[in-house]
Design a protein around this ligand. Structure first.
Ligand SMILES: Nc1ncnc2c1ncn2[C@@H]1O[C@H](COP(=O)(O)OP(=O)(O)O)[C@@H](O)[C@H]1O
Ligand SMILES: [Mg+2]
Length: 454
């Protein structure tokens, strides 16, 4: 798996922290060393000036002792107008001149780096001063050790040591912090890896700190909650569906076995009709199950501008009906809907009303604020208040209905509610003086954002 070879977040961040810390340390260290280097150079220059201040009065006023005190500089030498060494610091006693250069005519002072000056060791900055005497120009040479760009070696050691310490500390801190931060993520991953269909009740650990990871864990747990309840519903639905399909199959089998056992005593046309009724029920149930499965997948609905009054009117005039139908259809009931599906919803409500009404069915359409309302009411036995939600469950059939008509699939209202919700509406059973009153609320077309924008 490729993911195994990808660098971990912790490794990447730790390396990045180390690199950034090292760069910052090098930058700050360089600035510090340049500063100390400049300061040391200034000190060296001050020492040279100090030597000049001490020796020139001695040359001018005398007596000039042949051995001069060294002071802060490395070595001093004085040459007379003939170029002879007349005085020097102890280590140059009796030695020839350490240099031969002198400042040009426009200057009294010149400095050169000599590696090494004659009679001395190592690279040194040698400054040559002209001292004007009555006998001619004398030369004063002052040699100071070369100052490296970083100043003193101790400064360099300090900077390297501090940089290493800071970089190491930052890297260790980053590694530990990321180890702590990624531990909950690893725990969530491990727990998720173990959650299977047989252990859907397990949840990932929610860490106390790190808000983002806490939110992630809570979201994962919410998703698992929803998955678990969806899976439980699916299992119950599958079990109910198998049970519902088995009932007509068992009935058909009984009819067929009885007929085969007593072929002569069997009324074959009657037996065939009984079996056909079972096949019809199977067919309707299969079609309803398919419709529900399609609706469960939340398909993209066609949304045609529709006048609900006309749609309901057309459906009522198309259907044959045993009972008296009272229509109360208001104008301007405009919605956007998948007409086939809303017709299916209305058909399911009318089928039920037809089955349960005593003599009359009332169908009304009206506009209420931002909603368009469709009501289908009948004057039958009605639905007890405690069953007004359960009738929308899949395969829910109240006992009275089972006795009255075993032909229903128990899926009609479940399908109707799914269609309503897919349109952003709601389908409920509400109070009525007599019988059942189903109320469908759909968003009016004017209230939809698409209608307002264009
Ligand atoms: N108009 C109604 N009056 C009384 N009960 C109803 C009415 N409509 C539905 N019901 C109850 O709700 C149950 C579920 O309805 P439905 O989902 O359409 O299934 P089916 O019609 O196949 O029984 C019905 O079995 C019945 O008990
Ligand atoms: Mg029905």
């Amino acid at each position: 798996m490729l993911s195994r070879y990808l660098p971990s977040l912790r490794a990447r961040r730790t390396v990045a922290t180390a690199v950034v810390a090292a760069c910052v340390c090098v930058g700050v260290g360089l600035l510090f060393l340049l500063f100390t280097g400049g300061r040391e150079t200034d000190f060296a220059q001050a020492h040279v000036t100090d030597a000049w201040n001490r020796v020139v009065p001695l040359i001018r006023q005398g007596p000039l002792p042949p051995v001069l005190p060294k002071g802060e500089v490395e070595a001093i030498q004085v040459l007379d107008a003939h170029g002879r060494v007349v005085a020097s610091t102890p280590e140059l006693a009796g030695r020839p001149p350490i240099a031969t250069f002198r400042a040009d005519d426009r200057n009294v002072r010149a400095t050169r780096m000599l590696c090494p000056p004659r009679g001395l060791e190592g690279c040194m900055a040698v400054t040559s001063y002209k001292v004007y005497q009555p006998q001619g120009v004398w030369l004063l040479y002052v040699a100071t050790p070369q100052v490296p760009w970083y100043g003193a070696p101790a400064d360099l050691l300090l900077v390297v040591g501090a940089s290493l310490a800071v970089t190491t500390l930052m890297t260790v801190w980053s590694f530990r912090d990321l180890t702590k931060a990624t531990a909950p993520v690893n725990a969530i991953r491990a727990e998720l890896g173990e959650i299977t269909l047989t252990a859907l009740d397990r949840r990932v650990p929610v860490p106390a700190d790190y808000q983002e990871i806490r939110l992630l864990a809570e979201t994962v747990n919410d998703t698992l909650d929803r998955l678990e309840s969806a899976y439980t519903r699916l299992r119950r639905f599958t079990a109910d569906a198998s049970h519902e399909l088995r009932t007509p199959i068992t009935a058909m089998r009984t009819h067929l076995e009885g007929a085969l056992l007593h072929p002569k005593d069997t009324d074959w046309p009657e037996m065939t009709h009984a079996v056909l009724a079972g096949v019809d029920l199977l067919q309707v149930t299969a079609a309803d199950l398919l419709t529900l499965t399609n609706l469960d997948a939340r398909p993209l609905l066609r949304r045609d501008p529709t006048d609900l009054r006309r749609l309901v009117g057309a459906e009522l005039s198309r259907r044959p009906c045993r009972h008296k139908i009272v229509e109360d259809l208001a104008e301007n009931a405009h919605i956007e809907c998948d007409r086939l599906r809303i017709t299916r919803l209305l058909g399911n409500l009318l089928d039920n009303a037809e089955r349960h009404a005593t003599s009359r069915i009332t169908v009304s359409v009206r506009v209420e604020g931002a909603s368009v309302i469709l009501e289908v009411a009948d004057d039958g036995a009605g639905i007890p208040a405690e069953h007004r939600e359960t009738v929308f469950d899949r395969f829910a059939r109240l006992d009275a209905a089972r006795n009255r008509d075993a032909g229903g699939t128990g899926l009609g209202l479940a399908i109707a509610r799914e269609i309503a919700e897919a349109h952003g509406g709601a389908l409920t059973v509400e109070d009525s003086e007599q019988g059942a009153r189903f109320v469908l609320r759909l968003p009016a077309r004017d209230a939809l954002p698409s209608a307002r924008t264009g």
